[in-house]
Design a protein around this ligand. Structure first.
Ligand SMILES: Cc1cc2nc3c(=O)[nH]c(=O)nc-3n(C[C@H](O)[C@H](O)[C@H](O)COP(=O)(O)OP(=O)(O)OC[C@H]3O[C@@H](n4cnc5c(N)ncnc54)[C@H](O)[C@@H]3O)c2cc1C
Length: 399
């Protein structure tokens, strides 16, 4: 491997969380090695369609943190080359009338949590989104939802990191965290190379527990597979980011029983799959759409049932997509914690260890989490209070 000198900090995992951590640590003046077992952006950060959803977040910490992340994401547009950030606004559309009261309850909840959402009927919806299908009857609109190319952002962060003197070590699999006198001493790679460092940041997405569990510090996240696909350039543009009614079964408004709500025939092919009905336009005119998901699955490949669901329901939402060639189909695995929030923690159980994982909405939180990690390493008050992101929050409450 040839890299065995010491660094001030080693970051394991070059997704959005790890690459941003490495970049901000380097900006603090630390010497930093960023490791990835494949290459930067190989994991979910290079495989997602770039949605920055605010309206899917529950009131309280999740919403407050997401609003801070959204402000931070937009601020990056002045700092990095274009990564296709668009303050696009977002829609959650519904077709079946049975979903209308659910959408109303959803709006009431989000308005109460401070989000400027509103219910749109079909005429206003068509003004925003002229290519919407005839079966769609209404939508929830949130002007704060946004879109970016996360894969491009990771590339810019990695390039900036290297230009600023950071070292990327890839492909290189971290096999163990080294311990030196009850503190982090570095990382041992799968080929046996040891790299010294007093600070180790674990940002390995759903693979983080392979390292943390050896120290008895595993985090109770579940892997969740999300699938997506991309079309050739379309002759039309969809300005907002869009998702659809089946999303309400995942992000259920309080007081609503969604178990009796109608499902499409394609949603019954494999009932264990969920679906989010998302679609977004890219600057070259291509459309990325999905996302079937399966909680508990770490299969990082698209499935027949997931793609069948995405193609059939998305074609109802946007009939113009049905004739377009599909150029790619893929899946990525995300670490889902019990409360959906990440673990960003510098007191997880070993001096010098900083955990930055469990990112379920990492498009939104990933870059900001890197800023927070650098603050922790520098001994500064973090850019956002981190008490709610501690690993210890998952411990059973004392009797
Ligand atoms: C199809 C899809 C749709 C999504 N939709 C959304 C959305 O609408 N909104 C949203 O906010 N988020 C969404 N996400 C989730 C988002 O992509 C993730 O939350 C985010 O990318 C997680 O970033 P990460 O850096 O934590 O992990 P990852 O991007 O998975 O990066 C982890 C990296 O760590 C490396 N690694 C792991 N272990 C080791 C090791 N031992 N040694 C060396 N390297 C290691 C891996 O190779 C990988 O590159 C979606 C994801 C997918 C796949």
């Amino acid at each position: 491997m040839g890299v065995n000198r010491g660094f001030d900090a080693i970051v394991v995992g070059a997704g959005i969380a790890g690459t941003a951590s490495a970049w901000y640590l380097r900006r603090e003046g630390f010497s930093v090695a960023l490791l990835d077992m494949h290459h930067p952006g190989w994991g979910a950060s290079g495989r997602n369609p770039g949605f920055l959803w605010l309206q899917t977040k529950a009131a309280g910490l999740s919403m407050d943190f997401s609003l801070a992340c959204r402000r931070f994401a937009e601020s990056l547009t002045g700092e990095f080359p274009d990564f296709c950030f668009r303050a696009s606004g977002g829609l959650i559309i519904y077709r079946d009338e049975a979903y209308e009261p659910v959408a109303r309850a959803f709006v009431a909840d989000r308005v109460a949590s401070g989000l400027p959402v509103e219910l749109l009927e079909r005429p206003a919806l068509r003004d925003l989104c002229p290519d919407i299908g005839p079966d769609v009857s209404g939508a929830v609109w949130n002007p704060l939802d946004a879109h970016q190319d996360t894969r491009l952002l990771v590339r810019h962060l990695a390039d900036g990191f290297v230009q600023a003197g950071g070292t990327i070590v890839a492909p290189a699999r971290a096999e163990a965290i080294l311990i030196d006198k009850d503190a982090c001493g570095g990382i041992r790679l799968a080929d046996g190379t040891e790299i010294e460092s007093r600070i180790v940041v674990i940002a390995g997405g759903p693979w983080s527990n392979e390292l943390l569990s050896r120290l008895g510090l595993a985090i109770p996240y579940k892997p969740t597979r999300f699938e997506a696909a991309e079309t050739a350039p379309a002759p039309f543009r969809i300005k907002p980011v869009v998702s659809g009614q089946s999303l309400f079964r995942f992000f259920t408004p309080p007081g609503v029983d969604v178990s009796m709500l109608p499902r499409e025939p394609s949603e019954r092919i494999r009932p264990e799959l969920g679906f989010t009905e998302q679609i977004a336009s890219y600057p070259d005119g291509s459309l990325q759409f999905g996302c079937a998901y399966e909680i508990g699955s770490d299969l990082d490949r698209a499935t027949v049932a997931g793609q069948a669901m995405a193609c059939s329901i998305t074609s109802r939402n946007f009939p113009g997509i049905a004739g377009l060639p599909i150029v790619r189909q893929w899946a990525g695995v995300v670490a889902q914690t019990p409360d959906g929030l990440p673990v960003i923690d510098s007191s997880a159980g070993l001096a010098g260890l900083i955990v930055n994982t469990g990112h379920f909405f990492g498009n939104l939180a990933g870059a900001f989490s890197g800023r927070i990690v650098a603050d922790m390493a520098a001994g500064r008050v973090p850019a956002y209070p981190v008490e709610g992101f501690s690993r210890n929050r998952f411990k059973p409450a004392a009797a």
